[in-house]
Design a protein around this ligand. Structure first.
Ligand code: SAM
Length: 231
């Protein structure tokens, strides 16, 4: 009897409620609040992503790192990282199609079209021998990169790809090299159906524990840039 009741309700709701991205977004927002209450309380609160990058580099004592950035565009963040982390043995890898987003990105208030952030194949001009770019879809370039990955330096991953699919791919594929102490920085964590959802799904599937080291909070953004450390 109870089973019949539940099934009837499932059918009813699946027909009555709109299959709406906006509704999904609203339903996921409280999860971000729960995440913050559970993990974010002891993280440092900063007002911009550059401050957050600086904070993280001090937190890891400016040591030699392997820095992988997913979503480079014109190189704003990777360039900044090469300036703040001046260790000779650090390596900086930037991954991007350099032809823009491979699919459109939907957010509650709008979104971005496929192809946004197209640099016509131009990689950023960064005068630093420690920097290497990998042009193409992460799905094509990252597996090959991992085949030759031998680094025992601290890994810092900066994910600024906007999309759920891209973020989930990077996290699951990168799981092999994400060790205790590795840092992951998210750029659009408050876009709950994308980076946040991908991180939740990754942690659930791989049993990953972490702590929030720092996040941003300002009049313009709440919990957009978040840095976590793998435990
Ligand atoms: C917001 S932009 C990056 C901004 C950059 N970090 C900065 O500091 O200005 C997002 C980038 O992610 C890239 N991207 C997203 N998904 C990708 C994928 N699956 N493979 C390669 N590049 C991807 C897009 O091409 C785009 O340039």
């Amino acid at each position: 009897m109870k089973l019949k009741f539940t099934t009837t309700f499932k059918i009813l709701f699946s027909k009555l409620l709109p299959d709406s991205e906006k509704l999904r977004y609203l339903f996921w927002l409280p999860k971000l609040h729960t995440f913050h209450r559970k993990h974010g309380r002891h993280g440092a609160v900063l007002s911009s992503r550059k401050q957050l990058y600086k904070y993280i580099n001090n937190y890891i004592s400016n040591q030699a790192i392997t820095y992988c950035e997913f979503g480079v565009f014109q190189g704003d963040s990777i360039r900044y990282w090469t300036r703040i982390n001046n260790h000779n043995n650090s390596s900086f890898f930037g991954f991007d199609t350099f032809s823009g987003l491979p699919e459109s990105w939907n957010n509650f208030t709008g979104g971005l079209e496929k192809g946004t952030f197209d640099t016509q194949g131009q990689v950023p001009d960064i005068d630093d021998a420690r920097v290497v770019f990998h042009k193409g879809l992460f799905q094509d370039t990252f597996p090959d990169f991992l085949l030759g990955y031998l680094s025992d330096k601290l890994l810092v991953i900066n994910i600024d790809a906007d999309l759920y699919s891209s973020t989930l791919f990077v996290l699951t594929m990168g799981h092999r090299i994400l060790k205790k102490g590795s840092i992951i920085i998210f750029d659009e964590f408050s876009s709950v159906l994308h980076e946040f959802r991908a991180f939740e799904d990754y942690c659930a599937a791989y049993g990953v524990s972490f702590e929030v080291v720092a996040y941003t909070k300002s009049s313009k953004s709440y919990y957009a840039h978040v840095a976590v450390q793998i435990l």
